[in-house]
Design a protein around this ligand. Sequence first.
Ligand SMILES: [Zn+2]
Length: 481
Amino acid sequence: MKRTILILTIVLLMVFAGCTNKESESGKYITINGDVEGISVQVDLSDISHEDVTINDTTYKGVRLSKVLQKVSLLAPVEKSYLMITARDGVSALIDAETASLCHVVEEEGVFNMKAPEHPRVIGIKDVLEITVVAHEDVEVSDDHALKIVDEEGDRRISFGNCKLLMFEKSGESRQNGNLAVKYVKKAPLKAEDFIGDDFVLYFDNYDMLKVDRDYAGSFVWENGRIYYETDERHDSPVTGIVSGVDTVIFDAFDMMKILLDKNEKVMFILPDGLSYEQVEYYKDNLTILSGNYKKAASVNPAISNVALAAIITGQSPFVTGITKREVKAPNVKDIFEYAASKGKTAAYVEGNSVLVVTSEKPKLNVVDSEGYTDKGVFETAMYELGKHPDLIFIHFHGIDDANHEYSPLSEEARQKIFEIEGYIKELVKNFFGHVIIVPDHGAVAIEDADGTTRGKHNLFKYGDMYVPFYYFERGSLIEE
Ligand SMILES: [Zn+2]
């Protein structure tokens, strides 16, 4: 651990010194990236004993690549890892990590060259930029080490090492002494359209988000262990996830509310916490008001209540709101209540039993009932507030999320909760004349606990929690007078 911190400190110092070429500083650091702990690690070769390696009667002093690997933690066992040795010009060779002891890193005139007499000649990469560890495709790495993708098919993960392979092209394969080497060259940048089937939302490491129309999409590039997105400009935070096949994102609700208020229309926003797109599709035939008038929307990352709520009430990504984890504070930007007030509009905000985000309009809180739910209280308070005819009413029902957590999203209990809350929503809509927007904060994923019980979870970046229904209708279009 101390070593990692030390290395990181050195790297940071060098970055801040404006030094991009580590070799010129000391000539000792080599970059190991991809499927390793820390994603990109600088290994100091002066710490490692040098050995003789002879090629064509010339003897060099070098460091065995297997000894370099001992300085990092591979995510996969060595027999399930490849090493991709990449030159500064992109030419690369891929070998089994198990054969690393047959390769030597030799420093010559300030650059690193690979000497591997037992391997095919292609391994003799000159001016090595980096050595990328690539886990075999069947190895599961943690979500922190993979590009997370959610699409209509479900969800998948591509380890950062394997992401690099997407951006390179195989150009040959050779074998010597039983050692395999695959030659790769850099492809043209990976176009989003070759990779993603629909419009999509990008999630960046700094919690920013970007909605992308597939027809006008840019491309992905791999750099030092991470994936970046490029259009005319380069987004400087790496991409951590992609959700495709969505019409919108949950915080688009903000602009809708704003536009409607500007038109002097009344708006009712209902947030059924935890209601997933999957649940609505599953129960559709038996739902009424919630069976239609919805699109597919993407939640935020992390898909948790306060982060999503802050995004919805401000129309901004977690990067902009500054609310990126479970903590109660005010967003960095104005919320919809402040906007309404600035236009001389009246607003009411009905919450569960606690404050999730510090808002400009104080929420009306409600107590839990004997079963631990606040929904009946929230409904009654909302009905009371509706009697005052506010221009904007914002109502947060928590029961579906609670039932999802406790019993799992497709459980009988969750089903009952969805129908109960749909009943409240119908009653509210009946007593309201205006525009109705219903958007959950996130969905839920059924996960089996250690005790064998299936429960519901979110903040997993999966189909279940990232896809939610986004409803919009006018009261008159649904309820008979
Ligand atoms: Zn929630």
